[in-house]
Write a protein that binds this ligand. Structure first.
Ligand SMILES: Cc1cc2nc3c(=O)[nH]c(=O)nc-3n(C[C@H](O)[C@H](O)[C@H](O)COP(=O)(O)OP(=O)(O)OC[C@H]3O[C@@H](n4cnc5c(N)ncnc54)[C@H](O)[C@@H]3O)c2cc1C
Length: 275
């Protein structure tokens, strides 16, 4: 904590978390990266992909199997911190994405990468459970990003439709457009009310896996409905990079994919419902 956390807090240390591999993403328990004990070290071997901050990171938390004979696939996984520059830790290609261009997303490889056993984060064999616990917060962060994205897209579009004219009047005065914007505004308002209730719960220490998954699912899907319709109401200008709605449309798409896809959120919600 003394060595790494101060830099993380000040922002001087850029971190990444490496769970996803070329062969598995949603099915986290199926990762194949291994960390084998050798004297005082772990020796890590494996490949990761789609890692946010992978290129710029100073520290990466790697999910790896430390017990290949564990009774269940959920056990035997641990989290190990690897510092940039450690021999055997190779940063690969910066991936070419359709959106989120201001953030790097990178492949990485670990080839006989040796780190001291003191780099273990949390308890050995509890990595899967630690991730499941903390990913609730990541889901709320995604829902927050999507919520404010939807609010901003709607604000820009209401402004635009008031100034753009067609057939002799602002397009906001066409009943179809005003009704559609009214529907989107209703969805955005519902999203904020739900999210704020979850943030109050979170700040007061109450966790709710089902509701956090519902927020990640519904608000990220809602963002995509909102930006798509908002781009439409910008007409051809919406397709031009000089209008912010174009970037918002591209950036929104990943929200239903990373930090647990919408389908995985539905899986968690249905399990929480006892289905
Ligand atoms: C920009 C970006 C940044 C990312 N950052 C990180 C990062 O920092 N760290 C990290 O570890 N990962 C990161 N990821 C990876 C991301 O979390 C995974 O892409 C995501 O979890 C899905 O895994 P996958 O791509 O392997 O898809 P798959 O798991 O192969 O899924 C393919 C499709 O099948 C569906 N599916 C899978 N299982 C089921 C099921 N049981 N029921 C129904 N449908 C199912 C999925 O929902 C999806 O639609 C990032 C991805 C992107 C695109």
């Amino acid at each position: 904590k003394k060595k790494w956390l101060p830099g993380c807090v000040t922002g001087d240390t850029i971190t990444a978390i490496a769970m996803t591999e070329p062969g598995t993403g949603s099915d986290l328990a199926a990762i194949r990266t291994t960390a084998v004990k050798d004297r005082d070290d772990f020796v890590i071997n494996g490949q990761k992909t789609f890692i946010s901050n992978g290129m710029n990171c100073d520290l990466v938390i790697v999910a790896a199997k430390t017990d290949l004979n564990a009774a269940s696939p959920y056990e035997g996984m641990s989290l190990i911190v690897v510092e940039d520059g450690t021999p055997g830790f190779e940063k690969g290609r910066k991936l070419d994405k359709i959106g989120l261009h201001s953030q790097d997303t990178t492949e990485m490889a670990f080839v006989d990468c040796r780190v001291p056993q003191t780099n273990l984060l949390g308890h050995e064999g509890h990595g899967f459970y630690a991730l499941m616990d903390k990913l609730q917060q990541e889901r709320l962060v995604c829902a927050m990003g999507s919520q404010v994205g939807a609010e901003e897209a709607l604000r820009l579009t209401i402004e635009y439709t008031k100034t753009r004219t067609a057939f002799g009047k602002p397009i906001s005065r066409m009943q179809y457009i005003s009704f559609e914007l009214a529907k989107l505004a209703t969805e955005v308002e519902v999203g904020r009310a739900f999210l704020e209730s979850l943030l109050i719960d979170h700040l007061e220490g109450r966790k709710d896996v089902k509701k956090a998954s519902m927020a990640k699912y519904w608000i990220c899907e809602m963002l995509n409905r909102v930006v798509s319709q908002c781009l439409q109401f910008h007409g051809g200008y919406g397709y031009m990079e000089e209008y912010p709605i174009a970037r918002m449309f591209r950036d929104a798409r990943v929200q239903t994919i990373y930090a647990g896809t919408s389908e995985i959120m539905l899986l968690i919600i249905s399990r929480q419902l006892g289905l």
